[in-house]
Ligand binder design. Structure first.
Ligand code: HEC
Ligand code: HEC
Length: 414
């Protein structure tokens, strides 16, 4: 079991009694992390009353009638003042940048490269080793190996990454091209060598052919490799989930439970404060209290990039599309979905200052959008059911036949 690191005891502060809420978040394979968040009784609403099956059916019918209609007539989501929200809904077309336009040939080359471990210095690690299509394009592991001096983090899905304005949990890459260059060259990842990559392609006739078709006017270079991979990534998009079918007009495709969950997501559970728009992500950075500030697993997220103290502990809001396929969750890779929902219901964890942090003015501050929600067990089940509707139908991607793999081994010695 992984230690959660935010254990705290009941304390009283400013004369108010602070109660300790103990959350059991299921992590890994049934292991349990116990995290404790403090809330004042005044801010913690009692759980809402559970409803009878008949009342739920009536509510679901009413909500289905509303949500099957034009989203512009949907009830206003429950978001805090100043939140620039966008409605959830169908994904738009991917925009391929002018500097790297889409072509089938380029995406085909990119797909082969994505699956090819020969790009890595060890010859054993391909993009697909960590972004496996049948695991929601992740690796199903808690965290990847620590990256150089950086912290180990959970592998995000690459599906719909094309819609993110910045890449990585801390948003340090501004384009897929930049992100790929790092993934390839990072000593903690593929540790590729630019020249070796170029030589690999140049010495395999099959790759030369694919490259000629993708880039008729350009010689094989590291830049074309990166462009082909990015072009392929932009073709890995969703849009065939049951939620999408509902949005396209199939009002019966969601169960009552799922429709109730959709409404909770938009309103009483307050998720739209950060998870909104077609990808269910605002693309912004928030502190959920998971920075482990001053502790063994410390990861200050966005702050590592901007060095702005306000960014301590902030991470980019991930997409929730496919979230039921990409466990374990969060940048820490420590949680399963039910545990995450229980934590949100309690207002998330409040990191407790350790004695040496008492006067630390830059101590990470949890997002003000997080509040105890008072949802009951039915509500949490409905919410989880709705999130399941965002899952793409399982459709494995057949690994391509890699050029030259059947030929005698190619020498790539310097
Ligand atoms: C050793 C495992 C590993 C390998 C190999 C790997 N990745 Fe990743 N990938 C990760 C991890 C971990 C992250 C998150 C890192 C972070 O945010 O600091 C990530 C992040 C990403 C993201 C950002 C997604 C987002 O929503 O921000 C994309 C896209 C991506 N990888 C694509 C690739 C491609 C393309 C390759 C091959 C060139 C590759 N990865 C190789 C583990 C890996
Ligand atoms: C204050 C903004 C904010 C609000 C409100 C919010 N989230 Fe999140 N959510 C985030 C951020 C940021 C992360 C990633 C945090 C991290 O890893 O440290 C996240 C992560 C998640 C994850 C894990 C996804 C993954 O791929 O690892 C799930 C599931 C999730 N949120 C669901 C919800 C639900 C359901 C609600 C409403 C009850 C909600 N969120 C409310 C910002 C928010």
């Amino acid at each position: 079991m992984k230690a959660a690191g935010w254990q705290s005891t009941s304390v009283s502060r400013g004369g108010r009694i602070v109660v300790t809420v103990v959350l059991a978040a299921v992590i890994g394979h049934g292991a349990v992390a116990v995290c404790e968040a403090q809330q004042t009784p005044a801010t913690k609403p009692p759980p809402r009353q559970e409803q009878t099956a008949a009342t739920r059916a009536i509510a679901a019918r009413r909500l289905r009638d509303i949500y099957r209609g034009d989203p512009r007539a949907w009830p206003h989501p429950r978001v805090d003042p100043g939140v620039e929200w966008r409605e959830i809904g169908l994904l738009p077309e991917v925009v391929h940048p002018e500097s790297n336009p889409l072509s089938v040939e380029k995406a085909t080359l990119g797909r082969a490269l994505f699956f090819d471990a020969r790009l890595s210095s060890s010859g054993k690690l391909a993009c697909v080793s960590c972004h496996e299509p049948s695991l929601g394009w992740t690796d199903g592991r808690g965290v990847s190996e620590p990256r150089g001096k950086g912290p180990g983090r959970n592998t995000p899905t690459i599906r719909n990454a094309a819609f993110q304005a910045t890449l990585f949990w801390d948003g340090r890459a501004a384009s897929l091209e930049e992100q790929i260059e790092e993934a390839l060259l990072n000593p903690a990842e593929m540790a590729a060598d630019r020249e070796q990559v170029v030589r690999l392609l140049a010495t395999i006739p099959g790759y030369r052919q694919l490259h000629d078709a993708a880039f008729p006017d350009r010689a094989i270079g590291f830049a074309t490799v990166v462009e082909a991979l990015a072009c392929f990534e932009r073709t890995v998009v969703g849009g065939r989930s049951r939620f999408d079918a509902f949005m396209k007009g199939d009002a019966a495709v969601l169960s009552d439970e799922e429709v109730l969950g959709l409404d909770l997501f938009r309103r009483d559970a307050r998720c739209m404060n950060c998870h909104h728009g077609p990808t269910f992500s605002d693309g912004r950075f928030h502190d959920l209290g998971l920075s482990f500030h001053g502790r063994t697993n410390e990861d200050l997220g966005r702050y590592r990039i901007t060095r702005d103290p306000a960014d301590k502990g902030r991470f980019r809001t991930p997409t929730l599309r496919d979230v039921t396929q990409t466990s374990p969750l969060m940048h820490t890779g420590m949680f399963e979905l039910r545990g995450v929902l229980a934590m949100y219901n309690a207002g998330m964890v409040t990191l407790k200052r350790q004695p040496f942090e008492r006067f630390d003015e830059e101590f990470p501050t949890k997002s003000p959008h997080l509040k105890p929600l008072g949802l009951n067990r039915q509500d949490l089940a409905d919410l989880a059911a709705f999130l399941e509707t965002l899952e793409e139908p399982a459709r494995g991607m057949r690994p391509p036949t890699l050029p030259g793999i059947a030929d005698p081994p190619v020498s790539v010695e310097q």
